[in-house]
Design a protein around this ligand. Sequence first.
Ligand SMILES: [Zn+2]
Ligand SMILES: [Zn+2]
Length: 205
Amino acid sequence: MQTAADKLPMPDDLKRCVEFHGHICPGLVYGYRVAKEAMELMDLRRATDEEVVAICENDSCAVDALQVMLGTVAGKGNLIIKDFGKNAYTVLNRSRRQAYRFSRKTNYEYKGKDKSTFDRLEAAFAAGQASEDERRELRRLKVDDLLTRPFGDIFVTTEVPFEEPLYAQLDRSEPCAFCGEMTMAAKMVKLSNGRLACIPCSQKS
Ligand SMILES: [Zn+2]
Ligand SMILES: [Zn+2]
């Protein structure tokens, strides 16, 4: 994995993503590029509240870059993960009632200057024969390529109908009938006797 001292000069906002995520990798760069593009298209700044919402169709490294860049974070109700295993993201701007979906092109190809090295490493990787150093080098080549390519080479951008996502749920808490722990009422299961149970207890009983 690349360290801070690596070859390409790294923009400060990307550095913040790397700090949060722990390493730089192609997945993080996907999220970073998507966030930058969404910010530009919809004139967004990092959300202090829930004015920006991200719907991620995977739970990979990219999600962390979106959290840092867009302020669409796990604890605020404006990060929705639909883990379909797709490299696709929808970013919504509540104030403009606008939404864009970004999905990775199927025909992505390395276009950097180390094409022959890339192909050799990729082949070794695909065959399960790449050493740790080779894997690291392959990741570095991908990261550099993904950072420098025009966005449209990597992602398809589509404006999609704006569907207002719900705001984060605020609800009273009730004690669970079994364990007694205070639990958000809306997340509890109503038993046949009318009492409320938390999800783990309801699955045990
Ligand atoms: Zn990563
Ligand atoms: Zn319980």
